[in-house]
Design a protein around this ligand. Structure first.
Ligand code: TYD
Ligand code: MG
Length: 475
């Protein structure tokens, strides 16, 4: 018999090596190599292990793209902001991962969803691996949910959880808090390791598919921003929701980063109160609530989050730097995009930032991903450098290109309507966006070039704002 060739495979990244090594060259993981037999994969060998012939495959039916579709049956939770993010409720037989920093409110959100659904008559099982039954009960009491018929268990063994679930009527929703605490006897490594998390998640996902229950897995995010070790879980589940927010503030944003059954650009906004998470149906009001419009460097961006317009304040601070390389710090926006806007302002508007530190912050802990925020960012930067406050009644939106041109963006009409609703009377936006013929009473000041915006803020005709005389442009 021919000699069986073996190789070693890194269990973290999948890299292969002919010999065992302690540290993976490609991902840096330690002790992650496991010996595998070459050709032991599907189609790799005709003769399977122990000399038995491999099972002959059967013919599966191939069908056309068109035909009957089973609509994904959904269970709406009754928490509108959560349903918005999932695309209309939990899909039966699907698995979701809810990720977020420790203490952000994942357990709170899920116990609220569990209780709401249970009160509507669904059978909900909440398995807590992190907290004891008493702790979960205490929280439920505090939230006023103690009377909801949620079945609760504090358990971490996958085998025991699956046996418990199989015993008695099939649940509609199973919540596992958290995936990092689960362990299975199949894998002999500690709970929280990649192998344990992956295998446990696999077992729970298989349970979801087989039983038709929705399984929600909670995952903690590590400091690096990935769901601790097992990014693999993200690939395995049907939807990944991130719960984010500024720990010091009270609002929280739930965002779908992957969703096989719905949109990924919707956000759900919640406020953490003394009695749990409260929905925020109109986030603009929350983000604009504590605005001080009289200081320079603040511009209101009329943005879109999915299908919903959201107004949010962009704050910039441009201050003289004592460093050789000035600092650029961004919270809530893309740092590369800030560099781009600074470069365009320098190249096409003659504004120098080389001697200045630049800080940019999106108010309320929101993270903006739209390029439409370019114009508001540019306005806040120029406003801060020039020391000129922008009008309190004006919103900004538009995409800036490298040539200095301001490009139209989608949903201009919705953005303007939302601004009008919140008491704004003016907007600065590019000319001719789609749907521009809106019925709002907002006066739109059109800008074609970024230099037009600078001129508008400075109140003159294309002034040169320079680092040497930043206040010279005060109108
Ligand atoms: P929790 O849901 O335990 O977070 P996670 O599961 O993501 O780790 O939330 C804990 C935080 O929320 C904690 O700092 C206290 C706060 N909180 C409130 O402010 N109000 C409440 O009603 C509850 C239940 C928690
Ligand atoms: Mg928790």
């Amino acid at each position: 018999m021919a000699k069986r060739s073996t190789h070693f495979v890194c269990q973290t990244c999948g890299a292969t090596a002919p010999k065992w090594t302690g540290k993976c060259e490609s991902c840096g993981a330690w002790n992650s190599y496991v010996e595998e037999t070459a050709g032991s994969g599907i189609g790799g060998a005709i003769i399977g292990q122990k000399g038995r012939p491999m099972r002959k495959g059967r013919v599966v039916p191939l069908v056309a793209l068109s035909g009957e579709i089973d609509q994904a049956p959904r269970v709406a939770t009754g928490i509108a902001e959560l349903d918005r993010v999932t695309g209309g409720g939990f899909v039966r037989g699907s698995a979701l991962l809810v990720g977020g920093d420790p203490g952000i409110g994942k357990s709170t959100l899920l116990i609220q969803a569990a209780a709401t659904l249970a009160r509507l008559g669904a059978r909900v099982v909440y398995v807590s691996g992190e907290e004891a039954v008493a702790q979960v009960r205490l929280r439920a009491e505090r939230l006023g949910l103690a009377d909801a018929p949620v079945a609760l268990a504090a358990e971490t063994s996958v085998e025991d959880i699956l046996t418990t679930l199989a015993d008695g009527p099939a649940p509609h929703l199973v919540i596992i808090d958290s995936i990092q605490t689960l362990w299975t006897e199949v894998v002999d490594s500690a709970p929280g390791t990649v192998a344990q998390v992956r295998t446990s998640a696999q077992a729970m996902i298989r349970y979801a598919k087989e039983s038709g229950a929705t399984v929600v897995l909670v995952g903690h995010v590590t400091k690096e921003g990935t769901i601790a070790g097992p990014r693999v879980v993200e690939h395995m589940v049907d939807a990944v929701l991130y719960f984010e927010g500024d720990g010091a503030r009270h609002f929280r944003v739930l965002r779908a980063v992957k969703n096989r059954f719905g949109p990924t650009d919707e956000i759900g906004v919640f406020e953490m109160t003394g009695r749990g998470l409260k929905e925020v149906p109109n986030p603009s009001e929350l983000f604009m609530g504590t605005r001080d419009a009289s200081s320079p460097g603040a511009a209101v961006f009329a943005g879109m989050e999915g299908t919903r317009p959201v107004l949010v304040e962009v704050q910039a601070l441009v201050a003289p730097s004592s460093l050789g390389t000035p600092r650029r710090a961004v919270v809530g926006w893309d740092g590369n995009r800030l560099s781009m806007i600074l470069a365009v302002l320098e190249a096409h508007c003659g504004i120098r930032f080389g001697q200045h530190d630049v800080y940019l912050n999106v108010a309320g802990g929101l993270r903006i991903q739209e390029p439409a925020a370019d114009l508001a960012v540019a306005a806040s930067l120029v406003s801060s450098l020039a020391g000129v406050a922008l009008g309190p009644d004006c919103v900004y939106f538009g995409e800036v290109s490298l040539s200095g041109a301001v490009r139209p963006v989608a949903h201009a009409a919705s953005r303007l309507k939302e601004a009008e609703k919140l008491g704004f009377s003016r907007a600065v936006a590019p000319k001719g966006g789609p749907g521009e013929d809106s019925l709002t009473a907002i006066r739109v000041g059109e800008v074609m070039e970024l230099a037009d915006l600078v001129a508008r803020i400075a109140g003159g005709s294309r002034p040169r704002v320079t680092a040497a005389e930043p206040r010279a442009v005060r109108a």
